[in-house]
Design a protein around this ligand. Structure first.
Ligand SMILES: CCCCCCCCCCC/C=C/C(=O)SCCNC(=O)CCNC(=O)[C@H](O)C(C)(C)COP(=O)(O)OP(=O)(O)OC[C@H]1O[C@@H](n2cnc3c(N)ncnc32)[C@H](O)[C@@H]1OP(=O)(O)O
Length: 206
């Protein structure tokens, strides 16, 4: 499966920040549970996945890209990263662990604490993406070539290998789903968090 965007310059703008601003707890609960379930499904697919990152990919967008098996990004003008600290919020543990699995503990810590958005070249250098291509068509071709590798791999061997590799992060969320949800609902009601989100939303307006 190839995960890509039909938009011109945005792969995924991340989660809808307006869902966090002045949230209705019931709605936020459904929103967050859907996100947890979507991520669990994507991270544990029984088939190979590639993200063809054909535009900017902040926060939740970066999470979805990192959750695929391989990342091909169009360069040089787009950016990718977990920028939550720039919004004055914290990336949850499972977001962080997904990044650690891709780029390693040290690089992830620097990336997460600074909320850095990496250009395509920078992302390639730190291993956040696997390949950089100059346009969307060649990126799609590369992504397809990667998937073709699996024609010669046993689906069972593929799935078992991926499960072993991703199990700790997946199991943590399965075991802590309700705790994670309760924390997000409480966290989003904090006046400080709300102020940070208000300022960030204002900064996005043109
Ligand atoms: C101890 C443990 C604690 C754990 C607690 C957990 C806490 C919860 C964690 C929450 C995790 C959050 C994850 C996220 O994904 S947050 C979202 C992060 N996304 C961004 O920062 C993206 C911001 N947007 C941009 O940078 C640009 O819009 C972008 C580069 C994507 C595109 O640029 P472009 O110029 O094309 O688009 P515009 O800027 O014109 O945007 C158009 C309008 O869309 C609005 N917008 C953009 N992104 C978002 C978004 N993610 N959510 C809501 N709205 C968004 C933007 O304001 C424009 O609006 P108007 O048309 O009204 O002006």
């Amino acid at each position: 499966m190839i995960l890509t965007s039909g938009l011109q310059k945005v792969f995924c703008a991340g989660l809808d920040i307006t869902e966090f601003y002045n949230p209705n707890p019931d709605r936020l609960s459904k929103f967050w549970t859907t996100l947890q379930d979507t991520w669990l499904s994507l991270y544990t697919t029984s088939f190979p996945t590639v993200s063809v990152i054909n535009g900017h990919s902040p926060a939740g967008g970066c999470l979805f890209a990192m959750s695929c098996d391989y990342r091909v990004m169009v360069g040089p003008n787009y950016t990718i990263g977990l920028n939550e600290t720039k919004l004055g919020i914290v990336a949850p543990k499972w977001f962080q662990d997904t990044m650690v699995a891709v780029i390693g503990q040290r690089k992830a810590e620097v990336s997460l604490t600074t909320g850095k958005m990496y250009t395509t070249d920078e992302a390639l250098q730190i291993g956040l993406i696997d390949e950089s291509l100059p346009d969307a068509n060649s990126a799609l071709k590369k992504g397809t070539q990667f998937l073709n590798n699996f024609q010669k791999i046993s689906p069972w061997a593929y799935k078992m290998t991926k499960d072993i590799s991703r199990q700790p992060t997946v199991q943590w969320l399965i075991d802590n789903k309700q705790k994670d949800l309760d924390f997000v609902i409480k966290y989003m009601q904090s006046p400080t968090v709300q102020k940070n989100l208000e300022l960030y939303l204002q900064s996005l307006k043109k």
